[in-house]
Design a binder for this molecule. Sequence first.
Ligand code: SAM
Length: 263
Amino acid sequence: MLGALGLLRSKTAFVYGFKTERDHIMNFTKADTFAQSIVLEKSMGPNPLKLCEELLYGSQIPAGSVMLDLGSGTGLTSALMAREYGFTVYAADLWSEPGDNMRFFESLGLTNHQIVPLKADANALPFATEFFDAVVSVDSYNYFGRDPQYLGSCLLPLVKHGGTLLFAIAGMVRDCHDNLPACLTASWTPEQLEYMHDMSWWRNNLSQTAGVEIVDMHEMSCTAEAWHDWICCDNEYAQGDRKAVEAGALEYLNTIAVELRRS
Ligand SMILES: C[S@@+](CC[C@H](N)C(=O)[O-])C[C@H]1O[C@@H](n2cnc3c(N)ncnc32)[C@H](O)[C@@H]1O
């Protein structure tokens, strides 16, 4: 398994080159500090460590900042941000168990001074207004943020004025829900694909909220590599998604990076 992952990685490196929109070659020096066995065990979708490192690349968020990792899942990205960026991280997630995540963080040498796991619904987050310096959400925002009211009513008030919100959203190159290609329906139902939209759909969604500036939106460069890492995972969800990827789904799918600033 690990050998196969390494092979895939070098193959995709050759094919895709990992160039970011900002013309930087991503070497994933931070994501790659995690053992592959951990990535294979804990991933819930396209490699979240690589998505998170690319998302944070070039951002000016200083060490010591108080971050919300929203929809943090098993806590891979939270651990990355606490250990490699020196942030204080609140790892908020609905489906995972905070105790399991805390044991994972402790196994990496992280303490409750650096990282706070909690079970929380993104629609009712238990934090003070203007609490966070920044928010990161990797492969989660499309679960709760598709209602254009969500940002302004539930999330933005918790961020300091001038604070940054960074999302990596699993998306589509172009919305094609009226005529879904067979490679997508090989793994997903039309209802599941309703969670995925293209950049102009998300721009329309996010621009409806007052008090926030859309600083940047772009397609992320590591999408193909992140998906290939995911389908190497030995769990039923990854293996289910493998059918679509092998049938050519990555021609239709992207990851949309969003950078917002609260006014
Ligand atoms: C595909 S997983 C991604 C997890 C993690 N960010 C990662 O990339 O590994 C989606 C996550 O969204 C979370 N989620 C879905 N709906 C949520 C909600 N209403 N509030 C908080 N988290 C939610 C789930 O608990 C799940 O962990």
